[in-house]
Ligand binder design. Structure first.
Ligand code: NAD
Length: 470
């Protein structure tokens, strides 16, 4: 399916959810529309030749500023795809109460075809184009990593920005997902995957919902298939296995897919892929026919964490999972989603379940603006207070707390503890908000529509209080 199909899919879902609100059509049309689309072409010298690179930055909504959204490097990039992803960002930020408008960037390249130096040249030139048109800045528009990009690219963007904006006090907040040593924040790399884990775990907590799926409550012991072992997929799989007791039974990557009903140790698989360049031929697991086959294998939870349009009308009837956590953006098309809902499958929507990345990006941006690491002021003070409390308990009870327990209880929170705590709170609160919206309404049939309704209400309330709509 083309990017146009993806955009239509997002807007179709939007309109379906909009019908459950009683907001005026003009206001709904303003929320749905992409406000600014910047399409660019720029030359970059690759070897002895010049290549003309096609790229985009789309700002979907300015109801809150700055706008925020990742940058994707992929050959599938086109204007509609970036518009669809920017739209999802606005709804996503609203759902998790991150005070940004939505945006997205895309560069139409396959990063595997370029050397690190060449990628750096492309990234720096793309950033320069954004600066030229005032499409980047800590109070304007703040990019982050997405498919095909990571901390390395974000550091290049930061350096290019600061070269042009020398002395800008809050300049470090022009981009998030930076390496920790380059004004990044601990926990950003794992954030999207960790958020997926918290979200799925929360969904599994509700006994009534699990009963309807024929499952027992709790995430522990549930089987999971993951498509895409990149940033999002690998962290989702590792955290679900290590902290949730989930059994990973299937994995898909570019080169193919594997299945083992007894479980695949995700750390051993990542090591195997590093050593051999492939997930295939992993001891104990079966190589399947192609990379898409594993999507149709039996499991409780399916995590598509690669790209959009993976579950479509052509394979939806063969999907056996009871829960689908849309870690990627737009992995299920609107028509396939309807089939899943009719079948009673729980689809936890992308705009909620993968919002952990933007949530921790928000924390990183706040850190950049405050010019200080989280926990620096209070860590020692808290440690001292907890220590005094333990002493008091020991004195009054006459019993002593052992050294290990003392160290555990008396510890002040580090940046990573605070980031994880803030992320968990965000994901749990947002899930309950979506679920309650669905349960209370009686008309809203699925979590995706409920998530949209929640986002539409928050964005419309901004437009109304800004005086843009009466
Ligand atoms: P990534 O580039 O780190 O990883 C994607 C992985 O998917 C790669 O390893 C790639 O080889 C694999 N892949 C591609 N096509 C595949 C296919 N057909 N079958 C199996 N594997 C395939 O990208 P990422 O950052 O993990 O992003 C993945 C998805 O998550 C995207 O949809 C992105 O928009 C979304 N997302 C990412 C973030 C983030 O913080 N990185 C945040 C929210 C949403």
């Amino acid at each position: 399916m083309s990017g146009g199909g993806f955009l239509e899919s997002v807007n179709q879902n939007f309109r379906k959810a909009a019908s459950y609100t009683n907001l005026p059509s003009g206001l709904l049309a303003q929320i749905e529309a992409c406000n600014s689309v910047y399409q660019m072409r720029f030359p970059v010298k690759i070897g002895n030749e010049y290549e003309v690179i096609e790229a985009y930055r789309v700002q979907h909504s300015h109801h809150r500023l700055p706008t925020k959204g990742g940058i994707r490097y992929s050959m599938s990039v086109n204007q509609e795809e970036v518009m669809a992803l920017a739209s999802l960002m606005s709804y996503k930020c609203a759902i998790v109460d991150v005070p940004f408008g939505g945006a997205k960037g895309g560069v139409k390249i396959d990063p595997r075809n370029y050397t690190t130096r060449q990628l750096q040249k492309i990234t720096r030139r793309y950033t320069t184009e954004l600066i030229r048109k005032n499409f980047i800045g800590p109070g304007i528009d703040v990019p982050a990593p997405d498919y095909g990009t990571g901390g390395r690219e974000m550091a290049w963007i930061l350096d290019t920005y600061l070269t042009f904006k020398n002395g800008e006090l809050d300049g470090a907040g022009c981009v998030t997902g930076k390496p920790v040593k380059q004004n990044g924040i601990k926990g950003r790399t794992e954030a999207t995957g960790r958020g997926v884990f918290y979200g799925v775990r929360e969904a599994c907590e509700h006994a009534e919902d699990m009963k309807a799926l024929g499952l027992t409550p709790g995430i522990a012991g549930k089987t999971m298939i993951v498509q895409g072992l990149g940033n999002v997929g690998a962290h989702t799989a590792m955290i679900s296995q290590d902290e949730g007791g989930v059994i990973i039974v299937g994995v898909a990557e570019y080169e193919g897919s594997i299945y083992n009903k007894d479980g695949i140790d995700i750390h051993a698989l990542l090591k195997h892929r590093k050593e051999t360049g492939s997930i295939l031929d992993f001891p104990g697991a079966k190589n399947l026919k192609d990379r898409n086959s594993v999507l149709e294998s039996p499991c409780d939870i399916l995590i598509p964490a690669a790209l959009e349009n993976q579950i479509t009308m052509s394979n939806v009837k063969k999907i056996k999972a009871k829960i689908i956590g849309e870690a990627a953006n737009g992995p299920v098309t609107a028509d396939a989603h309807q089939v899943l809902v009719d079948k009673g499958v729980m689809v936890i929507p992308d705009m909620y379940i993968n919002a952990g990345g933007v949530t921790v990006s928000y924390f990183e941006w706040l850190k950049n603006l405050s010019h200080m690491r989280f926990g620096r002021m209070e860590k020692r003070f808290n440690q001292q207070t907890y220590g005094n409390l333990i002493d008091l308990i020991e004195r009054t009870t006459g019993k002593s707390v052992n050294k290990r327990e003392k160290a555990f209880i008396g510890r002040g929170a580090d940046e990573i503890d605070l980031v994880r705590s803030g992320l968990e709170e965000t994901m749990v609160t947002a899930y309950d908000d979506i679920r309650t919206t669905m349960k209370r309404s009686k008309r809203i049939p699925d979590l995706r529509s409920a998530a949209f309704v929640s986002a539409i209400k928050k964005i419309s309330s901004d437009y109304i209080s800004l005086g843009i709509f009466p």
